[in-house]
Design a protein around this ligand. Structure first.
Ligand SMILES: Nc1ncnc2c1ncn2[C@@H]1O[C@H](COP(=O)(O)OP(=O)(O)OP(=O)(O)O)[C@@H](O)[C@H]1O
Ligand SMILES: [Mg+2]
Length: 269
């Protein structure tokens, strides 16, 4: 049987650019796995995300989804149905004139009847707290509402692999908490996911982390292993959890602190 998702020595150069966007990336994802890709601004995360879903084609190497290659236009249609991307900038994603039509747009390709489509749209409006905004124009929404809509769009399509590019950027703590909860719920249901960010705290619950520097993967391992790598993290431009940074500044001995709860416990010792 074909492997679920494979990047085989993938490189990408933007036309006319001297710099390589993504350089010789290899990875394999098992179904149901949550992979985090960490990197500084300009390290190549969004470029890699676009390669993973076929919006960009590798300059060399291959992106394979269940054995189908993004390099092949005939196979791309299948890949678009299996891999959904939530863009870093949600405005890039919206195509319809109202919030409810926006969610219905992708679902209409799933050969569902009108009442079934209505049901999916209502479920997603309610899950993402967008019911009161269903007739609003997507582009008129606030940043947080746009992010929720972009997730609802992809959620409704039920792709086998979801890519989320900086899903918590520019959000208030309440909305961050809500979106994290929704994505954690997906993970417990066995959803395969790749999350691109520069902040480790967001993805401490990932199965595996890859670190990107200048388009290349420079480290891979479990998220907890990164907590004790303050110097490397600084050099790579990735952010350790605030509680870990505070504990390190205070020179707290003992196990490395991963979150606020552990910081409080360490301070009480
Ligand atoms: N359309 C483009 N044309 C030419 N170069 C580009 C283009 N898009 C991105 N790049 C370059 O490719 C490199 C990687 O950019 P990318 O957007 O993938 O980084 P990123 O890790 O997502 O950054 P950020 O954290 O700021 O979102 C950068 O040097 C960027 O300037
Ligand atoms: Mg980006």
């Amino acid at each position: 049987m074909a492997r679920f998702f494979v990047l085989d020595d993938v490189s990408y150069c933007y036309p006319g650019s001297a710099k390589t966007g993504v350089c010789q990336v290899n990875l394999e994802l098992e179904p149901g796995t949550f992979l985090a890709i960490l990197g500084a601004n300009g390290s190549g995360k969004s470029t890699l995300a676009r390669l993973c879903c076929g919006l960009l084609k590798p300059t060399s190497g291959r992106v394979l989804v269940e054995g189908y290659s993004t390099a092949n236009d005939e196979e791309l249609k299948y890949i678009y149905q299996q891999v959904g991307i939530v863009f870093q900038h949600p405005d890039n994603q919206f195509v319809a004139s109202t919030v409810e039509r926006e969610i219905a747009f992708g679902v209409e390709n799933r050969t569902l009847s009108s009442p079934e489509i209505r049901q999916v749209v209502d479920e997603e409006l309610s899950r993402f707290g967008l019911m009161a905004l269903k007739t609003a124009q997507p582009h008129s929404l606030s940043g947080g509402e746009k992010r929720l809509l972009s997730l609802a769009d992809i959620w409704a399509l039920k792709p086998k692999l979801i890519l989320v590019d900086e899903p918590l950027a520019m959000l208030d703590p309440g909305t961050k908490h809500r979106i994290t909860g929704l994505l954690q719920e997906l993970k417990t249901r066995g959803q395969s996911m790749i999350w691109f960010t520069h902040g480790l705290a967001e993805v401490m619950w990932a199965d595996q982390v890859l670190v990107m520097v200048d388009g290349q993967i420079v480290w891979r391992g479990r998220p907890a292993a990164l907590l004790g790598m303050a110097e490397e993290a600084r050099a790579w431009g990735i952010t350790l959890p605030p509680a870990t940074q505070v504990a390190s500044k205070l020179g707290i001995d003992g196990p490395i602190v991963a979150n606020e709860r552990e910081l409080v416990a360490a301070l009480w010792k």
